[in-house]
Design a protein around this ligand. Structure first.
Ligand SMILES: CC(C)(COP(=O)(O)OP(=O)(O)OC[C@H]1O[C@@H](n2cnc3c(N)ncnc32)[C@H](O)[C@@H]1OP(=O)(O)O)[C@@H](O)C(=O)NCCC(=O)NCCSC(=O)C[C@H](O)C(=O)O
Ligand SMILES: [Mg+2]
Length: 285
């Protein structure tokens, strides 16, 4: 199953050096996992984390969740070995941090041709080159790195994320133009449920497929925010029925709840129902 047809609402980072967290994740209801060899792992632990991760993936137990390995940058002493090691596991994709251009992905593709690639979008140069990065033939998805981005542009934290909006928007447009998945950045205050909920809803409304997370306590809120609500399902069902009735009468437009429904709205409604089906099918496992 490709990542396009599976839910990506909640995507949990797990430091690859934390054996207990790697074990715990097998039973967590996150849609996908990013096994992190980069920022969550201290320099002294990098080599050990690579081995620990290979063992954890070898042991399996992560079900149908998308499994992504975030390697260290290829300009570090660990990056190339990380990429080679990740290529030998059953991970679904390799995530390259701090991607500045499509050439960075070419370099990773040279080391690992076998796995789909994901790109961390978290540098000013990366924002400006988002279109060429999204168009890379081996790329499957993008992940916003809002901590690095905020640092690089000198932005302060704001609940409305105004300073980050141009970067988020550029990457969203680039990903959507190429049909790639795109995930929102992390919410650092992992015990603040209300703040997380607000940021999830903002990302969802912008068009992100899901949100990256740092702690298991963030999964339920995020799954809820990125799942179609019962009201969404009800509306979608009524829109499809009304439109089909209109078409049967030779008309191209229906009206539901005082709003027009055309073929494009019906396409969205069908996608909503398909998303619910994909979520139910994943939950059934
Ligand atoms: C933030 C943490 C350091 C907190 O860890 P801890 O103090 O251990 O939390 P808890 O005691 O509340 O943990 C409770 C149980 O949950 C497990 N746990 C904790 N975190 C995870 C996790 N991420 N995945 C799976 N399981 C997890 C603990 O083992 C406890 O289990 P149990 O023993 O059974 O009770 C910690 O959460 C953490 O390290 N989080 C990940 C941080 C991380 O990955 N950072 C890098 C990614 S963010 C980033 O780099 C974004 C981007 O690049 C950017 O620029 O923005
Ligand atoms: Mg980062």
């Amino acid at each position: 199953m490709s990542s396009a047809s599976r839910p990506l609402r909640s995507v949990l980072y797990i430091p690859a050096s934390r054996t207990r967290a790697l074990e715990k994740a097998r039973d967590l209801p996150a849609d996908a996992i990013i096994f992190d060899l980069e920022d969550a792992v201290a320099p002294d632990e990098k080599e050990g984390a690579r081995r620990t991760l290979a063992e954890a993936l070898g042991a399996g137990g992560y079900g149908r969740r998308l499994k992504i390995v975030r390697i260290n940058g290829l300009d570090t002493s660990w990056g190339e070995q990380d990429a080679r090691a990740a290529a030998q596991t059953d991970a679904d994709a390799i995530l390259l941090p701090k991607v500045n251009s499509a050439a960075d992905l070419d370099r990773l593709a040279g080391v690992s041709r076998v796995k789909p690639l994901w790109a961390m979008m978290e540098t000013p140069q990366g924002m400006l080159n988002a279109a060429e990065i999204a168009a890379h033939p081996q790329l499957e998805g993008m992940v916003m790195g809002t901590n690095d981005l905020a640092r690089d542009i000198g932005a302060r934290y704001r609940a409305d994320r105004l300073p980050l909006m141009s970067g988020l928007g550029l990457c969203l447009l680039a990903a959507k133009a190429q049909g790639r998945a795109i995930l929102d950045g992390v919410y650092n205050a992992f015990r603040d449920e209300d703040g997380l909920k607000a940021e999830c809803e903002q990302g969802r409304d912008m068009g992100f497929d899901g949100k990256t997370l740092i702690h298991p306590a963030q999964i339920a809120v995020t799954n809820d925010a990125f799942s179609p609500s019962p009201e969404d399902v009800d509306l979608a069902t009524r829109q499809i029925a009304a439109y089909e009735a209109a078409v049967a009468k030779g008309e191209a437009v229906a009206v539901v709840d005082g709003r027009i429904v055309e073929n494009l709205h019906v396409a969205t409604a069908r996608e909503t129902l398909a998303k619910v089906e994909a979520i139910n099918s994943m939950n059934a496992e």
